[in-house]
Ligand binder design. Structure first.
Ligand code: SAM
Length: 266
């Protein structure tokens, strides 16, 4: 009986260990499971020796594996589409150089997204107006956009408020280059390349973040360490877990954007 109990415990901790794997390792594991099972089913004659039947079996098993591994739900759709798209692309006979170009473009746009878990999406015009409404008419504010992407927020805000000084920090090369180009003609806007966690925020009155749920606790810790009391941290869409916002602004556009405003008071 005792041995059985031990088995149960090690099974449970084994599955917990698998579920705690990073998203990229889970994705790889799901794909490997998909191919291994598809080949096994093919050799047993369960799946007919036809390319689309094999690929369909692989995709379904990979998606099921991702579900069992408790991957985020969008991984299920990615696994369902991954191998069918590869086979379809191979049949189109596209020159291999185009895959390299596509890969390099994705690297230039997403850069360290696999580590930071923050993809690129952009603040819309209504959100920029809502942030602008948070800025008092005087005195001029110093504003920082951590992860400024292609400059959607900082460029518009710099034009709306020429009296304020703005800085955007961006890690990914292509969005950085685009925001540098868009900043030409905005003397009150500076775009810096790098990791925003590696730079001091102490000179800013308002820090804007449009990131993902993953870094928000670390962002709050840095805001409290760096910013002077009274400064604001504004997070587009992603609240900070277990911290009460001083205010929540409904932007009121189609997307239903919410801005979570946190006042740093140490
Ligand atoms: C969702 S986009 C937001 C872009 C922009 N702030 C806006 O509102 O339109 C987030 C950006 O943050 C960048 N990013 C994520 N983590 C970063 C980090 N630690 N340092 C610098 N940039 C980062 C990503 O490369 C991405 O371009």
């Amino acid at each position: 009986m005792r041995r059985q109990g031990k088995h149960y415990r090690s099974d449970a901790s084994g599955s917990r260990l698998l579920q705690a794997l990073p998203a990229s390792a889970k994705a790889l594991l799901a794909q490997v499971c998909g191919w291994a099972m598809a080949v096994l089913l093919l050799s047993l004659g369960v799946v007919p020796a036809k390319i689309w039947a094999i690929v369909a079996a692989q995709a379904l098993i990979a998606a099921l594996s991702a579900f069992v591994l408790k991957s985020e739900r969008w991984w299920i759709a990615i696994h369902l589409a991954f191998s069918p798209l590869i086979v379809a692309a191979l049949r189109l006979d596209i020159a291999p150089g185009w895959y390299l170009v596509g890969f390099l473009m994705l690297v230039a746009v997403y850069w360290t997204s696999f580590r930071t878990r923050v993809p690129l999406y952009l603040s819309n015009r209504e959100t920029v107006n809502a942030v602008a409404a948070l800025i008092p008419s005087a005195p001029p504010m110093r504003i920082l956009d951590i992860g400024c992407g292609t400059g959607s927020l900082v460029v518009r805000l710099a034009r709306l408020r020429p009296d304020c000084t703005l800085t955007g920090i961006e890690a990914a090369p292509l969005p950085y280059l685009i925001s540098r180009l868009r900043a030409i003609g905005c003397p009150n806007l500076r775009i810096v390349r790098g990791d925003f966690f590696d730079r001091p925020w102490k000179e800013y009155d308002l820090v804007y973040a449009f990131l993902s749920p993953v870094p928000m606790t670390a962002v709050w810790d840095k805001a409290r360490a760096d910013l002077v009391p009274g400064s604001l941290l504004v997070s587009n869409s992603f609240p900070i877990q277990e911290v009460d916002a001083s205010g929540v602004i409904e932007v009121g556009e189609k997307r239903g954007t919410q801005l979570f405003v946190y006042r740093v008071d140490k």
